[in-house]
Design a protein around this ligand. Structure first.
Ligand code: C2E
Ligand code: CA
Ligand code: CA
Length: 417
């Protein structure tokens, strides 16, 4: 049974919340002071806590700090009273971010007066296990083995890198629009090593050309065999695209466009079906060469995406300078869009910017249905994230594609297929 602890200065709101939680079969306790809050937290072993942020700035931030110090794993619901308190919504947003940054499991943020349905939805989420599969991997680096150039070169030669594919869909109607290929390293001794660790090491070792060529060969071979000419004949509906991550280092290789064209011919992949995703555009060493290479690739039909948009410092400048066809909204804004008004505004502005530049917009980090609905509402073109599907091996993806209609995540009201 779930156990909720309420720390809310408005007695009526506390009662209202308690009634909703009890109806949802939760055991409820309330606290009036920081001291009683901590005592009840231990006694009750709360699985969820509701904290009134507008109670008193100092108290609520103190509580967040105390919960973080205790490694609290309860789901946290924050409430705030924007209308009657003097607290700026941006400050409340920042307080919610402090809680997340301190490792607390923030479920959501409710502005008072909130509805029973709003609270009920968050209580339900608090009860379900967090979607940590990807996060677990990402936040648990392997005990440091030094990734030296010789080791990396050997791993590339031994084909220790594989690819996971993550589907992307149209926000409008839930149809499949493509896949992003994400590299994985299966080290024979250390097991799985995440890209955030090995990509920078490969860049430093100057091995990006060899690495990218191997990755693209694997991705094209899979794409040709499973998507362009799937086993058993037929074709997939629409024309799903294949997104591949390239590094700024690849744009110091004058022959990069020729290599790409050659690989497309070898694996019979039309360049227009390929999206090249570029991050860290601020790190482009040679602005003239990179502009020339990207322009040549676009002229050959490749699509070009500016990845993690909103997170970099010079994204805007690069957007104006380079021939992008897609903007990918950084997942930190998308994943927090429901809790944070600021994130929502950032996502909406980026989607509008894409539209006014006639570029396609893709939001990554979509972790729940409500975010997908929000993205559809603001006119975002494509979505990608754990709610739709986790990145998966080519084999698992084949099963995923063959599965019965995956209607559960389709935008409500959208035509089903
Ligand atoms: P990215 O290009 O921004 O890729 C998206 C990352 O977000 C992936 O992490 C993916 O697993 C994760 N992700 C997907 N959906 C969700 C979600 O709903 N919530 C959250 N929190 N995360 C989600 P991954 O696979 O660990 O890759 C990390 C980064 O490594 C990539 O970020 C990309 O920049 C880089 N990378 C991966 N493969 C390659 C590659 O082949 N070449 C290059 N140059 N970089 C690569
Ligand atoms: Ca990417
Ligand atoms: Ca990204």
């Amino acid at each position: 049974m779930g156990r909720l602890l309420i720390f809310e200065h408005d007695a009526q709101v506390a009662q209202f919340a308690a009634r909703i939680a009890e109806n949802a079969a939760l055991q409820v306790r309330t606290a009036e002071s920081v001291e009683s809050f901590l005592r009840v937290l231990d006694e009750q072993r709360s699985t969820c806590v509701l904290i009134d942020l507008s109670m008193s700035g100092a108290d609520s931030l103190d509580i967040i700090q105390l919960l973080a110090d205790r490694g609290c794993e309860a789901g946290i619901i924050l409430t705030s009273d924007v209308l009657t308190s003097n607290t700026d919504p941006l400050v409340l947003d920042a307080a919610a971010r402090v809680a997340s940054a301190r490792g607390l499991r923030v479920i959501g943020h409710l502005a008072k007066p909130f509805s029973a349905t709003g609270l009920h939805g968050l209580l339900r989420q608090a009860g379900s296990p967090p979607s940590t599969v990807g996060i677990l991997h990402a936040s648990r680096p392997h005990p440091e083995r030094e990734l030296n150039p010789a080791l990396l070169r050997q791993a590339i030669e031994n084909c220790e890198f594989s690819l996971a594919y993550q589907p992307q869909i149209f926000c409008r109607d839930g149809r499949l629009s493509g896949f992003e290929a994400l590299a994985r390293w299966h080290h024979p001794v250390d097991g799985l090593i995440v890209p955030d660790r090995f990509i920078p090491a490969i860049e430093r070792a100057g091995l990006m050309p060899e690495f990218t060529a191997r990755i693209i060969e694997q991705a094209f071979s899979w794409f040709h065999a499973n998507i362009l000419s799937p086993p058993g004949g037929g074709t997939l509906q629409g024309s799903p695209s294949l997104s591949i991550n390239i590094s700024a280092r690849n744009l110091t290789q004058p022959d990069f466009p020729e290599i790409m064209i050659d690989l497309c011919q070898r694996y019979a992949v039309p360049p227009r079906r390929v999206v090249l995703e570029l991050t860290e555009t601020s790190a482009l060493d040679d602005p003239v060469l990179s502009l020339e290479l990207l322009t040549r690739l676009r002229m050959q039909g490749f699509q070009l995406s500016i990845d993690d948009f909103g997170a970099g410092y010079s994204s805007m400048q690069q957007l104006a300078r380079l021939p992008f066809s897609e903007i990918k909204v950084d997942k930190t804004f998308v994943a927090t869009a429901l809790q944070s008004a600021t994130s929502r505004t950032v996502v909406k502005s980026i989607v509008e910017l894409a539209r006014s530049l006639t570029l396609r917009s893709t939001a990554e980090g979509v972790e729940d249905e409500a975010t997908l609905q929000f993205l559809d509402f603001i006119g975002c073109d494509l979505a990608q994230g754990f709610f739709i599907a986790h990145p998966m091996s080519g084999k698992n993806l084949a099963d995923w594609l063959n599965d019965a209609p995956r209607c559960s995540w389709q935008a409500p009201g959208a035509p089903r297929h």
